[in-house]
Write a protein that binds this ligand. Sequence first.
Ligand code: MRU
Length: 345
Amino acid sequence: MLETMRWLPGEESLELLDQTKLPVEIVYIKCSDYRDVASAIKDMAVRGAPAIGAAAAYGLVLAAGKAGAGAKEDFLAQMETAASELAATRPTAVNLSWALSRLLQKARDADTSDTAALRELLLEEAHNIFHEDASGNRKIGEYGHGFIPQNGSVLTHCNAGALATAGYGTALGVIRAARDAGKNVSVYADETRPLLQGARLTTLELLQENIPVTLITDNMAGFLMAKGMVDLVIVGADRIASNGDVANKIGTYGLAVMAKAHHIPFYVAAPFSTVDLSLQAGDKIPIEERDHAEVTRHGGRLLAPAGVKVWNPAFDVTPHSLITAIITERGVVRPPFEKNLKKTI
Ligand code: MRU
């Protein structure tokens, strides 16, 4: 499996797999300044909620490596500036600000003002975030694979796989775990307009592991369900409000509505770092809107008349009433989510 990111010890740099080039080319971007990491997140070279959280954490380590010796307050002020720049790159996935807050807190709590020692502590915390995510995903897989029947057919949207995380994946982690448990699981992957994470990334991951996958365009999902070709839907999440409303890749909401209409269970697989208990409901989740060119152009080709008005929200919000269960590394959370998410902390 392709590595989403790797820290280069001794080189003070982070390598990020440029996912915009997949599946055609495998290219790593070397980042030695936190601003390189911020650009890679904004341009979606690295994407997926847990992956951008881990990348931003390493980005802050790069900022710490460049901080000059001085008072601890000065160090913290520099870290806060870098953290706000990194956090502003993509507003919807809460894992980004969650990871940065974890590092800032670590620096504040440290009883040293030595810049090199503080930078070491931040690196250790970034590694912790990365490794906890990878192991948490395996737990999500263990808790979730029971929902997939022996000869199950799963529909997924976007990419919530190893490429979107520190490894193994959330929604794709559940599918991997089902395969490892001896099930004949097959997958339908929505292409996921406009940036085609399903077509480019999800199919690549599954093909590499010989998990049967069939690519469909987003507008085929309803007919697929109507024909009884799907047993369940599993998607990832970018932010989960305390009532269980879920922000995920644009198109997720429509899938959930259609799944309900066809009595197909709809699961969300996500680490607890994606849960934002500070927000009561999904309407408070900030939704990123991206460049219109993502909709009007593809591969340099114009797909619509020049100057056409475009709306390009990158995410939507699925109301909790459409969700069967949320699979986390701490266990499966079922409705009522308002009560049960708090109990799972
Ligand atoms: O815009 P992206 O590609 O970052 O969106 C990714 C998703 O919506 C994923 O489903 C989500 O981040 C969960 S990844 C485990």
